[in-house]
Design a protein around this ligand. Structure first.
Ligand code: ADP
Length: 239
């Protein structure tokens, strides 16, 4: 079976479910959060502070708040994904957009000893596409690259015009830990994550995949365990 076909039908099914589930889950979450707020207020009262169980009570409130925020993050991402906004057609300088995106992550990267390198085609054709959706994809991929490297390494961003067709190619390659064949087969699946609880939702690449599809492009991954990973994105020059 064509892998991308399976992926599209997974997307369609998830898209339909997502909005309904997100709304249903958001209501109880709002109530839990409100009650947690009330409990947090109680923590400031003298008789509660004097209780031998104060520390446990405070920890429990913090846990409730933390996990509700996590769940809210998931429902927000699901809603954004389900909305499937019609992409805009702006006139985009891809090299510039990549530089702008990486500037958001420069602090975090340099703090961890990670260098951004670029190998841009100077006269890259401009493309007609959706700036903010593309930026979301680049951000997700660069963010994952930083996580995969953890400390000391580099992220190389390459751009090229495709040789025979009106398309541009973007490669974002990292020197991180790479991934197994098993993981590679699942990275675009909803909720697949190898990150710690609270650090990953497993939705970043699912959403990235659906955005690139919607923009008429393709996204592929190559990876070698212990050596690094590269995401290859192809976008139509369009309009
Ligand atoms: P999340 O980042 O929340 O885990 P993603 O959908 O963005 O969700 O990524 C899913 C998983 O794909 C990650 O948990 C990680 O295991 C794997 N992955 C993504 N990018 C990379 C990368 N550059 N190097 C190694 N593994 C990666």
């Amino acid at each position: 079976l064509d892998a991308s076909l399976t992926q599209s039908s997974k997307m369609a099914a998830l898209g339909k479910l997502a909005a309904g589930v997100a709304h249903e889950v958001n209501n109880p979450l709002a109530i839990i959060m409100e009650k947690a707020g009330w409990m947090r207020d109680l923590l400031g009262e003298e008789d509660i502070k004097a209780s031998p169980n104060f520390q446990e009570f405070e920890d429990a409130v913090a846990k409730i708040e933390f996990h509700v925020r996590r769940a809210k993050d998931v429902t927000h991402r699901l809603l954004g994904f389900a909305r499937r906004m019609e992409p805009t057609q702006e006139d985009i300088d891809v090299n510039l957009l990549l530089d702008q995106t990486r500037s958001f992550l420069e602090n975090e990267a340099s703090f961890r000893g990670i260098t951004f390198l670029s190998d841009y085609q100077k006269d890259l054709p401009r493309i007609a596409s959706d700036t903010s959706q593309l930026q979301q994809v680049f951000l997700n991929i660069m963010d994952n690259a930083i996580d995969a490297i953890d400390k000391n390494g580099s992220i190389t961003v390459t751009t090229r015009a495709a040789p025979d067709v009106p398309e541009v190619e973007i490669v974002i390659a990292d020197t991180g830990k790479g991934m197994s064949k098993e993981a590679m087969a699942k990275i675009f699946d909803p909720f697949f994550t190898t990150k710690k609880v609270g650090e990953g939702t497993g939705l970043g690449l699912t959403i990235s995949y659906s955005i690139i599809k919607k923009l008429g492009g393709r996204i592929e991954v190559t990876s070698e365990e212990g050596r690094g990973t590269a995401f290859h994105i192809t976008l139509p020059v369009g309009a």
